[in-house]
Design a binder for this molecule. Sequence first.
Ligand SMILES: Nc1ncnc2c1ncn2[C@@H]1O[C@H](COP(=O)(O)OP(=O)(O)OP(=O)(O)O)[C@@H](O)[C@H]1O
Length: 233
Amino acid sequence: MLVIENCRLTWSDFVADYSLTVKAGHLCAVIGPSGGGKTTLLHMIAGFETPESGTLTFAGQNLLPLAPAKRPVAIVFQDHNLFPHLNVTQNVGLGIRPSLHLTENEKQLIAQTLEAVGLEGFDIRKPGEMSGGQRQRVALARALVSGRPLILLDEPFSSLDPTLRRDMILLVDEMRRKRPVTILMTIHTPEDAADVADQMAFVADGKVVASGRPTEILNSALAPRIAAAVSNS
Ligand SMILES: Nc1ncnc2c1ncn2[C@@H]1O[C@H](COP(=O)(O)OP(=O)(O)OP(=O)(O)O)[C@@H](O)[C@H]1O
């Protein structure tokens, strides 16, 4: 279980104070207005931002003293952070070993994961030779092979057209049913993930304003604020 309690971050014009609980194995969709603090929340969990106060634990472990690389967390960004000079196998391999000295077992795991995300046969392609959706599959494969149990997806599919975006979210849903991962995924349109997410968190003004089952959140008094956030994004 991921437990965030009163984690506070202050910048000159922005004060965040996050509290959120996500059960192990659950997929939590994070939605809210632009500038409301969704990315900052994910960055704090990943260790790129350090709260001034509060507690942050995953599976009972205090994450706050841990550097990003030591946290049980894999993060996928919108711009997917692939290295253009490395091929697909190497880009995915970075999720296991930054040195890329991969064992036979690790190479096999990479091949299996590429197959699982629909990229069989793409192993020696470079990112520049692939479509946006295929590149996002590579980034997702890298997060999955890392074996880290908490995966953060920061609008990873927002540059894709709605059909492809939906396909990718369904792929995430399929993947998480095969391995025990907890996922937080920022989204801009609730329809993308309302049916696959176990939980939806509405983040605005640096706070988790509400969190619950997607249908509860979407049918709550927050509905107009969610609609406004979607139309302005
Ligand atoms: N390193 C930083 N220093 C100062 N302010 C920051 C920093 N990072 C983010 N902010 C501010 O924090 C607020 C929240 O930003 P954040 O990127 O988390 O919002 P968001 O909900 O992810 O927005 P969007 O949907 O547009 O990506 C914004 O006002 C932003 O300008």
